[in-house]
Design a protein around this ligand. Structure first.
Ligand code: NAP
Length: 289
């Protein structure tokens, strides 16, 4: 445990959210801090919405290296910060705060980088048609990542509330000069899903304890031409990935994005690359337990 290394020089990194009890971020970052020999500790702190401004002020007062921000504060934290990176500004949400010289707090969003991290080896997916199931906060980071990095020849958002998805699409029109982005309802997504190469689940369906739920209950729609990327992270494979793999699809689980976004935050706080081996073995031990 990190406490064996705590001393008068130990620096603070926090997670600000509500609730935070189920977060894997303390496990990931404390394993990484130990392995990298960085004298800092990562604490998950439950912060009520009305205390968010005071908590962010506390980062300055305590000289924290920075923080992660999670539900429900990813958007409401923005007014308390001194500036945003272009990608946080574009996505409209902050998951990482970095304290710069002079106590300036910069908000960033590393979810898009985390999402792409797991696709680094998949050069065949550059410009391939893609479909995103869901239109919440994670979908925003995914759509931004796809439009700015992989540039799919067609990109469809399939949502149970197409009105919300239309708003998302309007926000990202500036990154879509070719007009590739369109919105449909989940109910009518079958033909588009079948003709897509990359299928992303950005809904919570499949999360514990409802591990038998799936956003796509027609496994016969999947085939060897598909890469199915489930943002849900689970110890075992989600039903979506299990069924897609059963039809020959390539699958990517949410842990890859979780570690990818953590690595992109860690490096900004510590100036050190995240020791991924240590993180993966800590996660394996935890998720398999
Ligand atoms: P969110 O903002 O609450 O959005 C959830 C989306 O899923 C919304 O579009 C919602 O539709 C849709 N949805 C919820 N229940 C549904 C259902 N029964 N049928 C169809 N659509 C449904 O959540 P989020 O922050 O985007 O997170 C989504 C998932 O991604 C979560 O499981 C989260 O843990 C995961 N995630 C993973 C990572 C990672 O690093 N791996 C990072 C971020 C998020 P409505 O708009 O109609 O409610």
């Amino acid at each position: 445990m990190p406490d064996a290394h705590l001393d008068a020089h130990t620096r603070l990194i926090c997670l600000l959210g509500d609730p935070v009890e189920h977060s894997l971020s303390p496990l990931i970052h404390n394993a990484a801090l130990r392995a990298a020999g960085v004298n800092a500790v990562y604490l998950a702190l439950s912060v009520a919405p009305e205390q968010l401004g005071a908590a962010v002020g506390g980062l300055r007062a305590l000289g924290a290296l920075g923080a992660n921000v999670t539900i429900p504060h990813k958007q409401s934290v923005i007014p308390y910060l001194d500036g945003l990176t272009p990608r946080a500004e574009a996505i409209g949400a902050v998951n990482t705060i970095v304290q710069e010289a002079g106590g300036r707090l910069r908000g960033d969003n590393t979810d898009a980088a985390g999402f792409l991290h797991a696709l680094e080896g998949a050069a065949d997916l550059r410009s391939a048609p893609a479909i995103v199931l869901g239109s919440g906060g994670a979908a925003r980071a995914v759509v931004y990542a796809l439009l700015t990095a992989l540039r799919p020849e067609s990109l469809t958002i399939a949502a149970r509330s197409p009105g919300k998805a239309e708003a998302l699409a309007a926000d990202f029109a500036v990154f879509d000069p070719e007009g590739t982005l369109r919105v449909i309802s989940l109910a009518e997504a079958g033909p588009v899903l079948r003709s897509s190469r990359l299928v992303i689940n950005a809904t919570p369906l499949g999360m514990a304890p409802h591990t038998d739920a799936t956003v796509w209950a027609e496994p016969s729609d999947f085939g060897v031409e598909h890469t199915v990327y489930d943002l849900v992270y689970a110890g075992a494979e989600t039903r979506l990935l299990r069924e897609a793999a059963g039809r020959g699809a390539r699958t990517i689980g949410g842990t890859a994005m979780l570690v990818g976004q953590a690595a992109a935050s860690f490096e900004q706080w510590t100036g050190t690359p995240m020791p991924l081996h240590a993180v993966h073995s800590a996660l394996r031990a935890h998720l398999d337990a």
